[in-house]
Design a protein around this ligand. Structure first.
Ligand code: LP5
Ligand code: MN
Length: 257
C-alpha cells in the first residue's frame, strides 16, 4: 500500500463508466463531467472500470478506434489541468504504465490510503472485497498473475479481443447463478481492509449499487461509500455520478445531462 499519498483541496472520485464503442451518450456525459472536474476540482480519481474492457495499452496507443481516441483525448486534457489518478477495475486491470504516461495520469495500486482534507480514506475498485463469490476470486487470481498477463498481452489483438468477448459472455452467464449478496462486498473483508489501513472511510465502485453504508469497526463507526456506474445509452432513467471530498466532508452527487 502507498502510505504517502496525499491530495489536498477538492477531490472528485468516479468509477464504472464502462467506456466502449457502444455507449456514445455515456461517453458524452462523462466528457462533460470531466470538463466540470477540470473547472471545479483540484484532483480527479477514477476507481476502475473506466473502460468496459482493456486488452492492452498497445491497442489504445497504436491504432485506437475513434471512440477510444476521443476518450484518451478527454482524459489527457483532464490530466493536463489537474492531477488524474487511475485505479484499475475488474474490466480494465490490464491498464499499464504506457497508458498512464501517454495520458499524463498516475496509475495507482489499490487499495490506496489517501490523506485528504476530510481525513484519511481508503480507495479501491471493490471487486477485491467480493469474497462471497469464490468463482470470481479464482478468476481474479488467475488474471492478476503476472506471467499469464504477459502471455495474454503477447497474443495478436484479434485473439485478445475474442478472449475478452468470451470472458464477458461467461461472466454474464455466471451472473444468473449468483445471488445479489454474492455479488456484493463482504462486510468482514471491508472491515479488515479498513483496519489494516487505519481508515474509517472506504470509497469503492464495482457493485453499481450507490449508497452510503455505516460500518462497525471494533466499536468505532466507519462509512462505506459506493459509487454508481454510468449508463446514458441503455437505461431509463440514465445514471451516473461522483463523490466529492474536501474540508467540509464527503458528498455523493448525481450527474445530470
Ligand atoms: O464484469 P461483470 O460485471 O460482468 O462481472 C464481474 C465478474 N466478472 C469479471 C469478468 C469480466 O467481465 C471479464 C473482463 C474481460 C477483460 C479483458 C481481459 C481478458 C483476460 C485477460 C487475461 C490476462 O470480472 C463476475 C462477478 C461480478 O463482477 C460481481 O462481482 O461475479 O465474476 C465472474 O463472472 C467470474 C465467473 O464466475 C467465472 C469466470 C468466467 C470467465 C472465464 C474466462 C477465462 C479467461 C481467462 C484468460 C486467461
Ligand atoms: Mn467492476
Amino acid at each position: 500500500m502507498d502510505d504517502t499519498a496525499a491530495l489536498p483541496g477538492t477531490i472528485w472520485i468516479a468509477s464504472d463508466i464502462h467506456l466502449g464503442a457502444a455507449v456514445p451518450r455515456t461517453a458524452s456525459a462523462f466528457y462533460a463531467f470531466l470538463a466540470q472536474a477540470r473547472a471545479q476540482a483540484q484532483a480527479l480519481i477514477l476507481l476502475g472500470d473506466i473502460f468496459d474492457a482493456w486488452i492492452g495499452d498497445d491497442h489504445a496507443l497504436d491504432h485506437p478506434p475513434a471512440w477510444l481516441q476521443a476518450a484518451l483525448g478527454a482524459l489527457r486534457q483532464t490530466a493536463a489541468t489537474i492531477p488524474l489518478w487511475l485505479i484499475s477495475g475488474n474490466r480494465d486491470f490490464l491498464m499499464g504504465e504506457a497508458l498512464a504516461q501517454a495520458l499524463g495520469a498516475r496509475l495507482v495500486r489499490a487499495p490506496l490510503r489517501l490523506a485528504t482534507d476530510a481525513g484519511p480514506i481508503l480507495l479501491a475498485h471493490g471487486d477485491e472485497y467480493c469474497t462471497d463469490d469464490p468463482a470470481y476470486q479464482r478468476f481474479r487470481r488467475i488474471v492478476h498473475t503476472r506471467w499469464i498477463q504477459r502471455l495474454f498481452l503477447a497474443l495478436p489483438l484479434q485473439l485478445r479481443r475474442a478472449i475478452a468477448r468470451w470472458a464477458r459472455q461467461r461472466s454474464r452467464q455466471a451472473h444468473g447463478h449468483k445471488t445479489l449478496q454474492m455479488m456484493d462486498v463482504n462486510a468482514q473483508a471491508v472491515a479488515q481492509a479498513l483496519a489494516a489501513a487505519g481508515c474509517l472511510v472506504l470509497i469503492h465502485g464495482h457493485t453499481h449499487r450507490p449508497a452510503v453504508h455505516r460500518v462497525s469497526l471494533n466499536g468505532h463507526e466507519g462509512w462505506r461509500y459506493v459509487l454508481p456506474d454510468w449508463e446514458f445509452d441503455h437505461a431509463q432513467p440514465v445514471r451516473g455520478g461522483w463523490i466529492s471530498v474536501d474540508g467540509e466532508g464527503i458528498r455523493a452527487h448525481q450527474w445530470r445531462d
